[in-house]
Design a protein around this ligand. Structure first.
Ligand SMILES: [Zn+2]
Length: 194
């Protein structure tokens, strides 16, 4: 699959669930970036009486945990905005690595893909965006009760992102100004949204 040929077919979809999910996948030869409505909320929208606040308050139990995490994230709006840019970079890294062209065979493979996307995202993120990403995983980890097998645990993501951030700050690591071109994959097709 030549992803370059799909470039004009990148679509954003707002997901009607209220979880803090941000995903990318391939469907009908289109790259779909799926954003939960929760990402679009401003701190003032989270009050009970506003339309988004009412919607989020009525969300199912799992989604309510994400709601509390969202409330905490919104307390530092500038850092939360930077965090959202980091998460978008993470999804773009999944496209860059062609992860969306195949389904991982195992949970371990999926976790490797996620870590690779996190670390690639740091290549095109400013320091504050990496900081926002770290804060996102810290807060999500605080409210998450069940660990997802196909993603590294939030505290694991926090640890390797902090290491990477520190290496960039101290000059032990440098960002690649331009990422090298990726060879096209010869993979199994997939409709999976990661
Ligand atoms: Zn991912």
């Amino acid at each position: 699959m030549n992803l370059t040929a799909l470039a004009p077919r990148v679509c954003f979809e707002a997901s009607k669930n209220a979880t803090l999910d941000f995903r990318v996948g391939l469907r009908d030869k289109k790259i779909i970036i799926k954003i939960s409505v929760a990402f679009l909320a401003r701190p003032t929208d989270l009050e009970r009486f506003t339309p988004i606040g009412t919607f989020l308050h009525r969300a199912k139990k799992k989604q309510r945990r994400d709601f509390w995490a969202l409330r905490e994230l919104c307390r530092k709006p500038a850092l939360w905005d930077a965090g959202k840019r980091f998460l978008l970079s993470h999804e773009l890294a999944h496209i860059y690595h062609h992860h969306i062209c195949r389904n991982p065979a195992t949970h371990a493979e999926s976790r490797r893909d996620e870590k690779q996307a996190d670390l690639t995202a740091t290549e095109f993120s400013e320091d504050i965006e990496i900081e926002g990403g770290i804060r996102f995983f810290q807060i999500v980890g605080k409210y998450q009760q069940i660990e997802e097998e196909d993603h590294p645990a939030p505290h694991v993501r926090v640890a390797y992102l902090q290491t990477r951030r520190d290496a960039l700050r101290s000059g032990k690591a440098v960002r690649s100004p331009v990422l090298p071109a990726r060879p096209l994959p010869t993979d199994r097709p997939s409709a999976k949204i990661n």
